[in-house]
Design a protein around this ligand. Sequence first.
Ligand code: FES
Ligand code: FES
Length: 163
Amino acid sequence: MMTLTINGRDHQVDAEPDTPLLYVLRDDIKLNAAKYGCGLGQCGACTVMVDGDAVFSCITPILLLKDRKITTLEGLGTQDAPAPIQRAFIEEQAAQCGYCTPGMMMRAQALLQRNAAPTDQQIRAELAPHLCRCGTHMRILRAVHRAADMMRRADAGAEGAKL
Ligand code: FES
Ligand code: FES
């Protein structure tokens, strides 16, 4: 038995230590946003954040995750109150089949948390490990810029409110 902290909640998990995080998320905890694509760390569909960094959950064994903060797409926002990255993807219609989308959003979120104003080139480089068969790349690029704008405006508003 091991405790995993996911989206701010502790979960008791009864799984072998070498079980990939993706299997635990989907099969045991029923958080299905992270997708199984290749299972080999080659497509990005399973991406979540661990301590703010994007990781491929399909190749991350749970034994590495003790006392780490795991965030999945479900932890960013809800349907009624989506996070900026989720709103931006919706507003830019940046999904077609949607299979790659949760992973793209999680890596974009990790980027925006450390770089509030990434350039086109930085976004492209960051999302390079992610495959999208539907060819929505240009919309995804616009969505990440849009989310960055929203987050900067929210930060500026919060700073203004403190003055
Ligand atoms: S399913 Fe994890 S990288 Fe493809
Ligand atoms: S929207 Fe279909 S794989 Fe990206």
